[in-house]
Design a protein around this ligand. Structure first.
Ligand SMILES: Cc1ncc(COP(=O)(O)O)c(C=O)c1O
Length: 367
């Protein structure tokens, strides 16, 4: 059997060990240290964010953004439906109630039309979580024109879109808060980790206190607020600093992978995830929808050849846990139809040209 071809796995560039060794040699094996501080600075330089807070996960970053926005019991928070559960679970951690918003067919991201319908029924949600799916930005001019009208803050879930831009601005810096993930499957990884991007020093100071157990400035251990253990370790941050030097190479390779699929599939009945001209995606995962052939049979044919592929995220409004939540559609249920006909293709940056050609051959043989 040929070597397994993966969807998207960690890809070290060689610079990571230097930062980790320095941490070992100086005994900074803690959730603080030079790597943590410098990784935050370097993420700010790369993205143009004002402030960045390194955390143990992107999910923790989402949680803290919602806590800062004072989401609590009885509050409604709008969230893209077609996403990973981590985008909306923190709404429930805070006691809030998610209301899900459909995708638009042109970008697969939050539909401004569905968002407007949601505001007509619920004019005072506490926040809107907008997800940039599979490495492509949502259409923020449209979305922000609605959220500003109602005076509601936006949390930009850019866990999947580090390296992508919207109108020349890096994703993660467009919403009031931006969330990055460095989980093992992301475009760069710290093995596990995340980052919250924010606008002001006051936001950073408050959130930094919460994620380090909310100790008051006293000699003894005193807590006047609820805290969390959400800080990133200095070792993980060292991996991140090395990885960040390879971000543009990873985006270039992911872009090449997408365009190779696009060209190869031009003569079969598939539609690649649309690319919007308002920005430049990072192409974290190459995805497509299929007509006439069941996507499950394509995934099974790939798996039989030791190749990993995945379904598109099952929308949150179709998840048993969230089945009671309200949902606003674009026209028809766009996210449901993308889920039913879609597939995420192997997009691993370590994949060779020959391996990708093998993936393409197997898929084309199904049509
Ligand atoms: C859209 C989205 N949001 C949030 C997360 C959560 O990030 P993490 O795994 O770092 O907690 C992920 C991925 O894991 C994601 O894909």
């Amino acid at each position: 059997m040929d070597e397994r071809i993966f969807l998207s796995t960690p890809h070290m560039c060689g610079k990571e060990m230097g930062y980790i060794e320095e941490a070992f040699q100086t005994n900074w094996i803690a959730p603080l240290g030079k790597n943590v501080t410098e990784f935050e600075n370097e993420i700010c330089q790369t993205t143009g964010a004002n402030y960045a807070i390194a955390m143990s996960a992107g999910t923790a970053a989402l949680h803290m953004a919602l806590r800062f926005l004072e989401v609590g019991p009885g509050d409604i928070v709008f969230c893209s439906s077609m996403t990973f559960a981590a985008s909306c679970n923190p709404i429930v951690y805070q006691g809030g109630t998610p209301v899900f918003i459909d995708s638009e067919p042109g970008s697969w991201n939050m539909s401004p039309k569905a968002l407007r319908k949601a505001f007509q029924k619920y004019p005072k949600p506490k926040a809107v979580v907008v997800v940039n799916l599979y490495g492509q930005s949502a259409d923020y001019d449209e979305i922000l024109s609605i959220t500003r009208e109602y005076g509601v803050p936006v949390v930009e879930d850019a866990a999947e879109s580090l390296g992508a831009t919207y109108k020349e601005q890096m994703t993660g810096t467009i919403g009031d808060f931006g969330v990055l993930s460095f989980n093992g499957n992301k475009i760069i990884t710290t093995s596990g980790g995340g980052m919250l991007l924010c606008k002001t020093e006051e936001e950073k100071a408050k959130i930094l206190k919460w994620i380090t157990q909310a100790r008051d400035p006293a000699r003894h251990y005193q807590h006047s607020e609820l805290g969390y253990n959400y800080r990133m370790s200095n070792i993980c941050a060292g991996i991140g600093r090395g990885q960040l030097t390879a971000l543009s190479d990873r985006v270039a390779k992911k872009t090449e992978i997408y365009h190779t699929y696009e060209q190869a599939f031009s003569d079969i009945d598939v539609t690649m995830m649309p690319v919007c001209d308002y920005g430049v995606p990072s192409f974290w995962l190459s995805c497509m929808t299929i007509k006439g052939v069941n996507p499950v049979s394509v995934m099974e044919a790939l798996e039989a050849q030791n190749i990993e592929s995945r379904p598109i995220w099952k929308p949150m409004h179709l998840q048993p846990y969230y089945s009671e939540c309200d949902y606003f559609m674009h026209d028809e249920d766009v996210s449901k139809s993308i889920f039913e006909t879609g597939i995420c293709l192997p997009s691993d940056t370590k994949m060779t040209k020959e391996q990708q050609n093998r993936v393409i051959e197997i898929i084309k043989a199904q049509f």
